[in-house]
Design a binder for this molecule. Structure first.
Ligand code: PRX
Length: 646
């Protein structure tokens, strides 16, 4: 059980010091750095200087609780910082992006190449009437054009909203409408395990009767026939032809919006998390350089999709602002063989790998013969993100991938925090398997009890951020109240993360997981309310309640309890149909692993579904207090039947 499992964690006593030779060469090796970070304003004022500004800021932070403005008065451009400033000198012809497609096709774009393509596409967007402040939705596979489109938007000051290609047409539609996007950039399809995922088809469905979108630009990737709607739809390769490569970067206020990224919360409606240019860029640039110890000659691979925050911050903006060489892979880790990742590392001599615990646990399951069969000696640093990493997976990663010579940076952060918040700084911080160690310099994190009082070392509680940090979200798009209510109302004066954590006697943090109605499936955030909404949308369903249950590989899986409308016949086909319905409404990432059909759901006397008890049942553990239930027979029935199935 997850909670039990994490409870034992603080007993993990193994300590791993930075390997010999690593610390002396690390980018950040000042042991005082966390201490220096205590003067937060001074610290972040200093870090601001790592970027190129058109106009320097007057005040580093204006804090009008809970709204922060960072680098007030400063103007800059994110794409300029990722491209133009690298063009003088040796970086100009350095590889910015090394791409490999699932079918083995390869492309290298130097900083000069990327600059040219971004400027051209920015001019295309402008020619279609996209102006500063207009939103552009990007629904793309992991191909260079996704990065090009993001940076082109940033160049002209049009906030991008990247929607993960695994989301369904309906989920895409909700996000396009919420953002009121003017343009959608997509591709005909994407390759996945040898199949084609028809992205353009989903866009067509999503845009039915949507009037805000004026143009759809389609990258030709898979080559299968697609419908092109006259006037609205254009091929990328056609519109880019003969377009000027000169497109001046728009000076943006530090507080202007850089992008919106939708994430799940406790209600059925995804939140548009808004990030601004100045603070975000300083935050991701600083963390990327120090946490990944990035040097000029590194080949850095972040396996996250650009549709998630990790892709935004640590595949695009962080690494490119630092002039790093980024490796990008389109496909699945087991296509055509289960050693695809290791083959890639061997081929490109990848030096830094940033991936998720769910992937590591999958590799463990496949067995160490796959990594052992490849030369992984180029690796010198490993990273983990998205969910707690269990010590067993940590040790496997350390031994079989890192050859016991690579530090592992377990990085805790969120879509909302924009940047890594807790992490080892690898040349300085000793590691404990399963702990994300300590807050990054200049970040003030605490654990509080239910009254909001900080708990002493050795105890646990709710994870909060005490003070503003540069890459923090500005608001929820179009809904300041939701921003205040969601993040700043549980405990006075602090940002509530939604996570539960403990800290040990050494001040190391151990994140347990979400305490709200969010499930973390393979590092992807899924709101129980979203899945319930999708189930209830099915004509046979009366009511639904979803909880997360521990899953060996995915971390958590969705377990749904469903009551049917009168007269509906229960059968296995119906369960498959309900699962398919969730995929249709949200995407395959939200597909429940288990659906249990029941006549009734357990409710309190006032009619509230008791998810806490359902969670106990899904986890197969003893049930908590049942005294407030209207009818205890309902829960006893569920427990008996589900235990019997296990
Ligand atoms: O519960 C925490 C978990 O992922 C949540 C944030 O999800 P999302 O916004 O999708 O961003 C994921 C990538 C940054 C957090 O509230 N989480 C993320 N990283 C870790 C983690 N839990 C434990 N350890 C981590 N390193």
């Amino acid at each position: 059980m997850k909670e039990k499992h994490r409870e034992g964690l603080m007993e993990e006593k193994r300590l791993f010091f930075p390997p010999t030779g690593f610390s002396s060469k690390a980018v950040m090796r000042n042991p005082e750095i966390h201490e220096l970070g205590r003067d937060r304003t001074k610290f972040w004022d200093e870090q601001g200087k790592r970027l190129d500004w058109f106009k320097p800021w007057d005040t580093v932070l204006e804090w009008s609780h809970p709204f922060a403005k960072w680098y007030v008065g400063g103007t800059l451009n994110a794409a300029y910082n990722c491209l133009d400033r690298h063009l003088e000198g040796a970086r100009r012809n350095k590889a910015a992006l090394i791409f490999e497609g699932e079918l083995g096709d390869r492309r290298v774009l130097t900083y000069q190449d990327l600059y040219r393509e971004v400027s051209q596409f920015a001019n295309v967007l402008k020619s279609f009437g996209v102006e500063k402040g207009d939103r552009v939705t990007i629904y793309m596979p992991m191909i260079p054009e996704a990065v090009i489109a993001m940076l082109a938007c940033a160049r002209i000051g049009a906030p991008h909203c990247v929607v993960f290609g695994g989301f369904s047409a309906e989920a895409l539609r909700d996000r396009v409408l919420d953002a009121q996007a003017k343009v959608v950039v997509t591709s005909d399809g994407s390759f996945r395990r040898g199949n084609i995922i028809p992205l353009k088809e989903s866009v067509d469905q999503a845009l039915k009767n949507v009037t805000c979108v004026k143009k759809v630009i389609v990258v030709q990737r898979t080559g299968q026939p697609v419908d092109m709607q006259e006037e609205r739809d254009m091929w990328y390769h056609e519109v880019i032809k003969n377009v000027s490569i000169v497109c001046p970067a728009e000076p943006m206020d530090a507080d202007d919006m850089l992008f919106i990224l939708y994430t799940s919360g406790t209600t059925g409606k995804p939140k548009g998390v808004v990030h601004t240019v100045g603070g975000y860029m300083v935050g991701v640039s600083t963390t990327h350089e120090w946490v990944f110890d990035v040097k000029e000659e590194d080949v850095y691979w972040c396996t996250a999709d650009v549709g998630w925050i990790t892709g935004h911050s640590y595949l695009v903006y962080g690494p490119l602002s630092n002039g790093a060489t980024v490796f990008m892979y389109e496909g699945a880790p087991d296509y055509p063989e289960k050693d695809r990742y290791w083959e890639i590392i061997e081929r490109y001599k990848v030096t830094i790998l940033y991936t998720a615990p769910t992937a590591i646990r999958t590799f463990m399951k496949w067995g160490e013969s796959y990594p052992l069969g490849r030369d992984l000696s180029s690796l010198r640093l490993l990273g983990s993100v998205g969910e707690p990493i269990n010590p067993e997976a940590w040790m496997w990663y350390y031994k079989y991938i890192g050859g016991e010579r690579c530090p592992i940076v377990d990085t805790w952060w969120q879509t909302e925090t924009g940047m890594i918040m807790m992490t080892p700084v690898p040349g300085i911080t000793p590691l404990k398997p399963g702990s994300c160690t300590i807050p990054f310099p200049g970040v003030h994190i605490e654990i509080v009890d239910h009254m909001g009082t900080p708990v002493p070392k050795g105890e646990g509680g709710y994870l909060v951020v005490r003070e503003p940090w540069p890459a923090m979200l500005k608001t929820v798009y179009g809904d300041d109240k939701r921003y205040e209510d969601t993040y700043w109302s549980q405990f006075t004066g602090v940002y509530f993360t939604g996570d539960e954590a403990k800290w040990d006697e050494d001040g190391y943090f151990w994140v347990i997981g979400r305490v709200d109605d969010v499930i973390n499936v393979s590092g992807h955030r899924i709101g129980t309310a979203e899945v319930e909404g999708a189930l209830v949308d099915h004509p046979s369903v009366a009511e639904a309640a979803c909880v997360g249950r521990t899953h060996e590989v995915k971390g958590q899986a969705v377990f749904a309890f469903v009551s049917l409308k009168e007269g509906i016949v229960i059968g296995d086909e119906l369960i498959d149909e309900l699962k398919a319905h969730v995929v249709l409404k949200i995407g395959s990432l939200a597909r429940p692993d288990d659906i249990f059909l029941t006549a009734e759901l357990p409710k309190t006397r006032s009619g509230k579904i008791m998810r806490r008890l359902l969670k106990d049942i899904a986890e197969g553990r003893a049930m908590g207090d049942t005294s407030t239930l209207a009818d205890v027979a309902v829960i006893n029935f569920l427990k008996k039947n589900i235990d019997a199935q296990k």
